[in-house]
Design a protein around this ligand. Structure first.
Ligand code: PLP
Length: 346
């Protein structure tokens, strides 16, 4: 049966084709990338002119930032690189994957010949693990788009119960460092963690991330990387961003303030049929499909593109993910004034 709602929102081309060109430029809040990127100072010519060489400054800076040993870190050209290749380094098995969750995980485990067991929330994952239904598990912490968080102690417990690997995607964990499982690596040999410089540091175009943890999958990924896979500007800028603790503190504070401000604004548009949760870099409304789709559509008609996710097969709920805007919420506030009367409040 085809539904009147799309399963997932697409990109800005999709928005333009579906809703038409807005009078002002699109405000793209569909990504969860910080509105403030790490400021890029003028790069020495050698950074552009010379091939990338020594990775150790980057690895040492990352080890301090993530609180681990350099030997645990593999730099990759974006955590997506590891998402695509990690499943190929694992013998085909049964893997638990969050749905909804960043879809690239399911796509790539499936492509590598694994049998996927989707789970909707951590209680379902716990029962899959406890009933020995799966060999491996992927956890996105906090989850994108649901914002569900999983405590590191629980992840450690699951690691010990699983016969295979536990892959924890912490692409959005920088605003909540206490959520990280990296400190558990010494006692968890089959735990692997993914980190990204694309979200909190706002450097998605730099293509830099890390696979953290050691063992066969890391060795196989290391072998798959060509010798210049991490480009010279990424080594140079990534090292500075990971070392700059003052900027990181400021970034955390302003993200928190903006998130609170946007949450307050969105409270006007929520109804009893919706819940609102934050993952730091994005806010997710969940609940009644029709009320949420009306809000998504009304925002899009005013040039604000948010992320729509509706999985028909799993539940009757939908998710609307809203990233943080660079204008302190001015356009959201204005749009809300215009659309509030039109939203069916259920
Ligand atoms: C949960 C999650 N993990 C990983 C990625 C990949 O990010 P990157 O390859 O830029 O590190 C994304 C991108 O949207 C994501 O949402």
């Amino acid at each position: 049966m085809t539904s009147q709602w799309p399963q997932h929102g697409g990109d800005l081309h999709y928005a333009q084709a579906t809703f038409g060109k807005p009078p002002e430029a699109w405000q793209d809040l569909s990504t969860g990338i910080s509105p403030w990127a790490y400021p890029v100072p003028p790069a020495p010519e050698s950074v552009w002119q010379q091939l990338p060489g020594d990775l150790s400054p980057l690895i040492n800076a990352a080890a301090r930032y993530y609180g681990t040993e350099p030997s645990q870190l593999l730099a990759v050209p974006g955590s997506q690189y590891a998402i695509q290749r990690f499943p190929q380094a694992v013998a085909p098995g049964r893997v638990a994957i969050p749905e909804p969750g960043y879809r690239e995980h399911a796509i790539n485990w499936q492509k590598a010949g694994h049998h996927i067991f989707p789970y909707r929330h951590k209680e379902q994952l716990a029962s899959l693990i406890e009933s020995n239904a799966v060999d491996h598990a992927v956890v996105i912490n906090p989850n994108n788009p649901t914002t569900e968080i999983t405590e590191p102690a629980l992840l450690e417990k699951w690691h010990h119960q699983l016969p295979g690997y536990l892959l924890v995607d912490e692409a959005f964990a920088d605003t909540q460092p206490h959520l990280s499982s990296i400190a558990r690596l010494p006692q968890c040999p089959r735990l692997f963690v993914l980190r990204s410089l694309g979200k909190f540091f706002g450097l998605a175009g730099l293509r830099l991330g890390f696979l953290i943890g050691s063992g066969k999958p890391t060795d196989q990924l290391r072998d798959s990387l060509d010798c210049w896979a991490i480009n010279h500007p990424a080594i140079w800028l990534g090292t500075q961003a990971l070392q700059n603790t003052q900027w990181q503190r400021q970034q955390r504070q302003r993200i928190l303030l903006l998130e609170q401000q946007i949450t307050r604004l969105l409270q006007q548009a929520t109804s009893d049929s919706m819940a609102m949760h934050s993952a730091g870099l994005f806010i997710t409304l969940t609940g009644n499909r029709s009320a949420l789709y009306s809000l998504y559509e009304a925002f899009a008609q005013q040039g604000i593109f948010t992320r729509w996710c509706y999985n028909d097969q799993v539940s009757n709920n939908a998710w609307l993910r809203i990233g943080l805007p660079a204008d302190n919420g001015e356009r959201i506030a204005h749009a809300l004034q215009n659309i509030l009367q039109k939203i069916p409040q259920e």
